[in-house]
Design a binder for this molecule. Structure first.
Ligand code: GLU
Length: 316
């Protein structure tokens, strides 16, 4: 493993913490609320602090954060300390990228999305991974691309093709690392970097989130080890899907807390619905905490028909 320069990062508090980290791009729907509730149950059920972080480097819709926080609080999800914002932490991401760069672990990438897609789908190319086009550019080639005005993203020079993590629900999971983007061409730090830096610096040692993020997790864990940061424990929970088997979205109908209240449901009704979908019973977050057992959670998605609110929860 490459030795990294030391970094004067603030040391995380001693007690562990879980977190929920929504992007403030709109209202939370039942799928988001269910994941948030689970993250809270996992954390509180193990005596951890619970941190709320707003991932606001991208897709910010005015008023969304306030409504998201209001909905979480209404459900009985509480959090410790101030709500954290990624937009306040740009210096921390720059510091992490700087450390990787000093260690020779980054390179500029001038590829467009289209070029990457074409190369990655070439018959004999690597499946879905960055094909490494810009990895070995000569200084002259790099200068030529810069002179042509192409904005450069910054990528990790990964030293291995894959990495294994352990997940509470999925067990051992190995997935590709590839030369992931650390900073996008528009200068915004990439999600895979920010999440790693934030979780470590906020003392998050338990990451509970939707299982659509499982494939990104080996990359994040690998990045954490390169930065000398601890790898949290993971639990990737099943998503909520619509009746067509797609990830639930707002266009699927009455799926936000405000929608459900408009339809005459109380907050307790919504908590009870989420509880049922998880094989739990109770209509308040606090009540669900009693006897919460992650080992008994459903392992399959919850298929939701918002029109009839028919729930076909999968078995454990
Ligand atoms: N902000 C990300 C999202 O809403 C989640 C980040 C995470 O849980 O790691 O998809």
């Amino acid at each position: 493993m490459t030795a990294m320069p030391t970094d004067p990062a603030p040391s995380p508090p001693a007690a562990g913490a879980g977190r929920y980290a929504p992007s403030p791009s709109g209202d939370l729907h039942l799928g988001n609320l269910r994941t948030a509730l689970l993250a809270w149950l996992f954390a509180r059920g193990t005596g951890r602090r619970f941190v709320l972080r707003i991932d606001d480097l991208d897709r910010v819709r005015p008023g969304a954060e306030e409504r998201q926080l209001g909905d979480l609080a209404a459900l009985g999800i509480d959090w410790d300390g101030p709500v954290l914002h990624q937009s306040d932490r740009l210096g921390r991401y720059d510091a992490a990228v700087g450390r990787l760069t000093e260690a020779g672990l980054t390179y500029e990438c001038f590829c467009t999305r289209r070029e990457i897609h074409q190369a990655a789908t070439a018959p004999h190319g690597p499946q879905g991974a960055y094909p490494g086009t810009c990895r070995e550019l000569t200084p002259a080639e790099r200068d030529a691309r810069r002179a042509a005005g192409r904005p450069a993203a910054l990528r990790l020079r990964a030293a291995r093709p894959d990495f294994e993590i352990t997940d509470r629900l999925h067990g051992r999971y190995r997935g590709p690392v590839d030369d992931l983007v650390l900073r996008r061409g528009d200068g915004i730090p990439a999600y895979n970097l920010t999440v790693v830096v934030d979780d470590a610096e906020h003392g998050i040692d338990q990451v509970v989130r939707g299982d659509d993020l499982l494939p990104s997790t080996p990359r994040q864990a690998y990045l954490a080890t390169l930065l000398g940061l601890p790898v949290p424990e993971y639990a990737h929970v099943p998503l909520v899907l619509n009746t067509a088997g797609q990830r639930l979205a707002k266009r699927d109908g009455a799926v936000t807390l405000a929608d459900r209240r408009h339809h005459g449901d109380s907050v307790r009704d919504v908590v009870a619905l989420l509880a049922t979908s998880l094989g739990l019973s109770g209509d308040s977050a606090e009540e669900l905490l009693t006897g919460f057992d992650p080992g008994r959670l459903p392992r399959t998605p919850w298929i939701l028909d918002p029109d009839s609110l028919v729930c076909t929860a999968g078995g454990p």
